[in-house]
Design a protein around this ligand. Structure first.
Ligand SMILES: [Zn+2]
Length: 338
């Protein structure tokens, strides 16, 4: 792709709605800051449960039309977040939702879970080499909570990032590109606990029940968190994007429920664990910009301005010799010296 903005962020998710629930504020914030945000969704979410009774006929055991319908919901959600580049891995409908772990759909023909990782990675390599993102966001190795499509999305994203930088791999898919930083989406335990405390105190009566921390994907001890994005200014965008996924999510700000009707907090502070690359923050501190430390991608048009000038974003401008080393490596490859 030609003439893309200097900063490019790629997110790899399993189903339509995961991106808005998990990274909606981050996506809106970076899109507003002029970053090229690319969302790759691996399946159409055909096996999801349908919340609105009037749309129950879309379900896989009836009309089996939920997938295309959810593609429409995703398109609406992306409008709310200001994200214009959203794609389905391998094209719409190439890989099918595998359902929850242990169900027969895991082994259905075309199910994402049963697809060879390298086969599924190839179309993602092509996107990485075309968009050339500095930052990739996906799930942790458990897929956050063990859904087979989330685990597979993690495997495919990590494999594709590796292959995209390999000079000998599939040059028909574009010139090699090394992604500088890969983050796994996380929720710090303290944030989850605080959110549930608020939910119990203020809105317990609005939901038939309340979810538990074990229902939240990616919860880890606070010390595992390496980056924290304050998306409060984009809370309304995130909530609107989640509302667009009406077959899957019932939003009652600042809470929401999935098809199980259990209330849970809607987080506008979104947190990450740096899995690959060098932190741009001082030792022991969290980054407040996913592009921190990648030279040439922060500065006057940085997130600090777009987000209203959070002083903590200054962490992104702390120079680090090791980060410079990463940049040079990336520059060499992205500059075509291969
Ligand atoms: Zn999902």
């Amino acid at each position: 792709m030609k003439d893309l903005p200097a900063r490019r962020l790629l997110l790899v998710h399993a189903h339509p709605d995961d991106e808005s629930i998990t990274n909606g504020a981050t996506m809106a914030l970076y899109a507003a800051a002029g970053v090229h945000v690319t969302l790759v969704t691996c399946t159409l979410g055909e096996e999801g449960e349908v919340i609105p009774a009037g749309l129950a006929h879309l379900a896989p055991d009836r009309d089996d039309r939920l997938g295309p319908y959810r593609a429409g919901e995703l398109a609406e959600a992306m409008k709310e977040l200001g994200v214009t580049d959203h794609r389905f891995l391998g094209g719409q409908g190439r890989f099918r939702d595998s359902g929850m772990m242990g169900v027969p759909q895991n082994h259905r023909e075309g199910a994402f879970w049963g697809t060879d990782v390298d086969e599924a990675a190839a179309p993602l390599v092509e996107i990485i080499r075309s968009v050339r993102p500095q930052v990739l966001v996906t799930y942790d190795p458990r897929g956050g909570y063990g859904h087979p499509d989330h685990i597979q999305a993690h495997r495919v994203a990590m494999r594709a990032a590796d292959l995209a930088g390999e000079r000998a791999y599939r040059r028909d898919l574009g010139d090699p590109h090394a992604v500088a930083k890969i983050y796994w989406t996380r929720v710090p335990r303290s944030l989850a606990e605080e959110g549930f405390a608020r939910l119990r105190a203020t809105a317990a009566g609005d939901f038939p029940g309340i979810a538990g921390i074990a229902d939240i994907p990616g919860v880890v001890d606070d010390e595992r968190i390496t980056a924290e994005i304050d998306g409060a200014a984009y809370a309304d965008r995130k909530a609107a994007a989640m509302r667009a996924h009406a077959t899957q999510i019932a939003v009652r700000e600042p809470f929401f429920a999935l098809s199980n009707d259990l209330g849970q907090p809607l987080f506008t502070t979104e947190c990450y664990e740096l899995a690959v690359g060098v932190s741009g923050a001082a030792p022991g501190e969290r980054e407040h910009d996913l592009f921190a430390g990648i030279t040439g991608t922060t500065g006057s048009t940085g997130v600090a301005e777009a987000a209203g000038g959070s002083p903590r974003s200054a962490a992104g401008r702390i120079p680090g010799a090791s980060a410079g080393g990463v940049r040079e490596g990336v520059g060499e490859i992205s500059g075509g010296a291969v």
